[in-house]
Design a protein around this ligand. Structure first.
Ligand code: NAD
Length: 259
């Protein structure tokens, strides 16, 4: 009885919030989608901080730290060998397609993503800029001579080399993702900050908003008067700044508010 009352209450609240979010989306014409790992969990790629996330298994200060990679690349590649097939096999889910829907409606100004999984591109985003604040797993480069190789070349390499090395100079090869202790790609970050200043709505999807400086983006937009919608399974520490918070699965909620 108590459970049913609670669940009925939740459904009513959720519906009101969805209607409110739909109205905000309808009134907005320069929307920024700010996505995190949570937009891709329904595509089979675990996030970092949720129960069962990658960090329950791999301590980021050991497995995802740039200095540690330089001195002990074995650990990094241990995690990569688990993540690589997941990235290979993942397909975009309805939350990624909701971004395409916004593009088709000519409302999407930019996608700012912390993800390295290329799923926004795979979903079919055509003309909207995608700023990849934490780089991409779909290219790799030598950390010594910067020689760049494709994802396909990297996949071939890791079949035979436990620690992939550059064919040109013998330096360490690393997917072009930003590890802790590395600079963000400055051009993408500047463009993302500009988009945050130019937008009228930021939809945060599946990010705990715990990683600095990427987590400054919604605040920059809020400061210039943009509205904020947060969609997250559990909620975030930044929920108080949002106009609407939708708690639940991105693949279910996001498509509902863009229709
Ligand atoms: P995070 O792990 O810190 O937070 C993920 C958030 O998504 C959590 O708040 C969680 O509640 C929410 N979430 C999980 N599944 C969800 C779902 N189905 N629907 C709605 N919400 C859901 O991730 P973050 O904020 O992106 O930051 C951590 C770092 O993780 C980023 O730097 C990113 O580069 C990296 N990362 C990327 C991928 C990827 O490319 N897919 C995967 C793992 C980690």
């Amino acid at each position: 009885m108590r459970l049913s009352t609670t669940s009925l209450g939740t459904i009513v609240t959720l519906t009101e919030d969805i209607i409110k979010a739909q109205k905000i989306v309808k009134q907005s014409h320069r929307i920024v989608v700010f996505s995190g790992a949570g937009i891709s969990t329904e595509s089979g790629i675990p996030d970092f901080r949720s129960p069962g996330g990658l960090w329950t298994k791999y301590d980021p200060s050991i497995y995802a730290n740039y200095q540690k990679f330089l001195h002990n690349p074995e650990k990094f590649w241990e995690m990569q060998r688990e993540v690589t097939p997941l990235l290979e096999n993942a397909l975009p889910n309805p939350a990624h397609f909701a971004c395409v829907e916004l593009e088709n409606q000519e409302r999407l100004l930019a996608i700012i993503t912390q993800n390295i999984d290329y799923l926004h591109q795979r979903a079919g985003i055509k003309k909207t800029p995608i700023f990849e604040l934490h780089g991409t797993g779909f290219r790799a480069h030598c950390v010594k001579c910067r020689y760049s190789i494709s994802r396909e070349e990297l996949l071939e390499k890791i079949k035979t080399e436990p620690i992939p090395r550059c064919d040109k100079c013998g330096g360490l090869v690393k997917p072009s993702v930003v590890l802790f202790g590395e600079e963000l790609p400055q051009e993408d970050f500047s463009s993302a900050q500009q988009a945050a200043q130019d937008c009228d709505l930021v939809i945060v999807v599946g990010s705990s908003l715990q990683v600095y400086p990427a987590n400054c983006i919604p605040g920059i937009a809020k400061d210039v008067g943009a509205k904020i919608i947060i969609i997250d399974q559990y909620g975030t520490d930044f929920d108080a700044m949002a106009d609407v918070v939708l708690i639940g699965m991105a693949g279910e909620l996001f498509p509902q508010i863009v229709k």
